[in-house]
Design a protein around this ligand. Structure first.
Ligand code: SF4
Length: 700
């Protein structure tokens, strides 16, 4: 029984895209404990260590408490009142826009803030402030999946339900390490009662590969060759679903011709796998009653990423393993609200899944928002790397960075301080003024963490989950939503956002934008319904059976897709060469990825939690195969230099069979790692290819 003074507030974890629900127990208004919600359909009473400590970084003594302004270059950031900060924001950015036009100011945002804030930011920047170029750090993780789905299915629509983890008899993970990156999803795999075969396709012997039935340790970036070879075997053997192909796909004959040159011997030579292992996987897919295919950053962050993701999608399509329980070509998202960003951030797509270049879409969105259609740009945003290029070239002179730390996380980042130094005005909005990026700011705006505000996140299975305020933001820090409201007023476009009074009011606007779209959520009444039902997956259009709100729902059960003719499109392409192959000077391949379950991205938050810090090495380390180490005279724990054509860093050697000879691995969380990476980008998604660079190693 709860006492009068006890209060329970539920919220959704703001680290990864799993979307676990947590219960904060408050006693006399003070936080007493934070526990995973036992009845939430995502995490079923479980949490990873980051979730248990979700609120700790928000209580860190080094939170930014006031806005900070640098009055002259080289001078210190000094505390100012909000009215001074807003005046600087408006006068500096408006001055740049007046002198240099709408392309001269841009923003870079995050997949870590609630959907309502993303929508407000995107609408404010593009419709209110008149900016053109805006992007998010979701470009670094999920742009590939979004483009792959859009081209193949006609809409950015991950088809999965987490229930599929439990219903497959064959799960194939490509470039995915859920034991470390998505541990609660892995927990769902462990709940599978069908004794499934789990196949991991990954150059590294990751923790997931160790736990799998079969690990295919292929050569780095030979995954597309493997996928085409598998398709070829399935087609040659007749192990395909002809009825589904005819009813529900287009481009099959051309695809068959394309993959016919991917013979078993050639694939074995390219991938380094045994022919028998490739054949065995094809046979298992054929014999499976419910095969599911899952991918994450090993696919998304590569130079031919979209076509690789579509290589996975094609396997599901030609075998008919989609639209049924336990099947699907399923992208596992990275950040907590990357899915919200994909639908509503108004960066790559016009908010609601619309197109900036489509006149009727622009009119439709303008009508719903009650704004002049002329305020909606008629051109697409530049993607992240092009925005940075614009800064380098002097086209972009003002930049607003929110809840992300590109000076740490961007690929081949060594020039970032110099690039940002070219800006006339850099605004950073974050929790801490000490991040690598915030330290370069001319103006710093103190935002609130997810435990200090309201809104919603959309997780990997399209579930909209509630985010609720548990703590007050410290000092003068404000929820980003409130910062956007104040900026709108100060900018002079406040009347445009008359209806945008609270996150829940914006949720009602987002519902209207979704009407008739594949992501239609007009049947979700309000936040209280989300709380009541344990989150709700999109779509949930008006008139939906309320019982469906709590059902595990997947897409494409009818075999119809979101393309004009209802058929999924098979995409394929010739294999592109490695952007930077190892050679005599830099003979090793550097792989990067998540290091441990206790670390998150640039460690801005996890490094502020002692219990999490205890779970991972404080210093950068490099995993080396013992045979390579022996030939280089390197012992376990030795300090080493790792060099690429971009830079040289120091790290501690960790000798392990997790990496094959010729490869080394560094975790993405350490500042050093992206001083080495090679700046290649997928041609369709513009996502950085973090996963492969040529390096050399030497004992220090
Ligand atoms: S698995 Fe992801 S969403 Fe769940 S508690 Fe951990 S970090 Fe949060």
């Amino acid at each position: 029984m709860t006492s009068m003074a006890e209060e329970v507030i539920r919220t959704t974890c703001s680290y990864c895209s799993t979307g676990c629900n947590l219960e904060a127990h408050l006693q006399d208004g003070k936080l007493a404990s934070l526990r995973p919600a036992a009845d939430y359909p995502v995490n079923l009473g479980k949490s990873c260590p980051k979730g248990f400590h979700l609120l700790t970084p928000f209580q860190s003594p080094d939170r930014a408490l006031t806005p900070l302004l640098r009055r002259e270059r080289g001078g210190p950031l000094q505390p100012v009142e909000w009215d001074v900060a807003l005046d600087a924001f408006v006068s500096r950015f408006q001055g740049i826009l007046r002198r240099h036009g709408p392309e001269s100011v841009a923003f870079l945002s995050s997949g870590q803030i609630p959907t309502e804030e993303m929508a407000f930011l995107g609408a404010l920047a593009k419709f209110g402030m008149g900016l053109v170029h805006c992007d998010g750090n979701t470009r670094q993780c999920m742009a590939t999946a979004a483009v792959a789905y859009k081209q193949a299915f006609g809409f950015d629509a991950p088809p999965l339900s987490y229930k599929d983890f439990e219903e497959s008899d064959l799960l194939v993970f490509v470039g995915a390490n859920p034991v470390i990156a998505h541990p609660i999803m892995w927990n769902r795999v462990k709940m599978n009662p069908h004794n499934p075969t789990i196949v991991v396709i990954d150059p590294r012997r990751t923790k997931t590969a160790e736990a799998a039935s079969i690990h295919l340790a292929l050569n780095p970036k030979s995954d597309l060759t493997l996928l085409y070879a598998l398709a070829n075997i399935l087609i040659q053997e007749g192990w395909i679903d002809r009825g589904f192909i005819e009813r529900s796909t287009e481009g099959f004959e051309e695809f068959r011709t394309h993959v016919s040159s991917f013979g078993l011997e050639m694939a074995a030579a390219e991938t380094g796998l045994q022919s028998s292992a490739i054949l065995d996987l094809a046979r298992r897919i054929h014999e499976s009653k419910a095969a599911s295919f899952w991918w994450t950053m090993g696919v998304n962050q590569s130079h031919q990423a979209v076509r690789t993701a579509q290589g996975i999608i094609n396997l599901a399509l030609i075998t008919g393993h989609i639209g049924r329980p336990g099947t699907g070509a399923n992208s596992i998202t990275g950040q907590a609200n990357a899915m919200g960003s994909r639908m509503y951030s108004n960066t790559t797509s016009l908010m609601g899944g619309y197109d900036f270049l489509n006149e009727s879409h622009r009119l439709h969105v303008a009508g719903i928002l009650g704004i002049d259609p002329e305020t909606i740009p008629r051109q697409n945003s530049w993607p992240y790397h092009r925005i940075l290029q614009g800064v380098k070239e002097g086209v972009i002179k003002g930049l607003w960075i929110l809840a992300t730390n590109p000076v740490h996380s961007w690929i081949d980042k060594s020039s970032m301080p110099e690039v940002f130094g070219r800006l006339e005005f850099l605004v950073v909005q974050d929790l801490y003024a000490s991040t690598d990026t915030a330290q370069l700011a001319d103006l710093f705006l103190p935002g609130a963490g997810s435990g200090e505000k309201n809104g919603t996140f959309i997780n990997s299975e399209r579930r909209i989950g509630i985010v609720q305020k548990i703590l007050d933001p410290p000092g003068q820090a404000l929820p980003d939503f409130e910062i956007f409201r104040r900026i709108a007023q100060a900018w002079g476009c406040g009347p445009m956002f008359r209806e945008w009074t609270s996150p829940e009011a914006v949720f009602q606007i987002l519902k209207r934008l979704s009407a008739g779209q594949p992501c239609d959520i007009t049947g979700i009444r309000d936040y209280s319904m989300l709380l009541e039902k344990g989150g709700i997956q999109w779509p949930f259009p008006a008139g939906s059976d309320p019982r469906e709100a709590t059902a595990a729902r997947r897409l494409f059960t009818s075999g119809r897709f979101f393309t004009a003719n209802g058929k999924a499109r098979l995409h394929y392409e010739d294999i592109a060469p490695l952007p930077e192959a190892p050679d005599a000077q830099f003979p090793l391949i550097l792989l990067t990825g998540r290091g441990s379950v206790a670390q998150w991205h640039t460690q801005t938050r996890t490094n502020r939690v002692k219990m999490l810090r205890n779970l991972y090495p404080a210093q950068a380390y490099v995993q080396v195969n013992p045979r390579d180490a022996a030939s280089l005279g390197i012992g376990d724990g030795d300090p080493v230099k790792v060099s690429s054509r971009r830079g040289e860093i120091e790290a501690q050697a960790t000798l392990t069979e997790e990496v094959s000879p010729g490869q080394v691995f560094m975790a993405m969380h350490y500042f050093e790692t992206n001083l080495l990476t090679f700046p290649a980008f997928d041609p369709y998604s513009a996502e950085p290819s973090y996963k492969l660079a040529a390096v050399k190693l030497a004992r220090k």
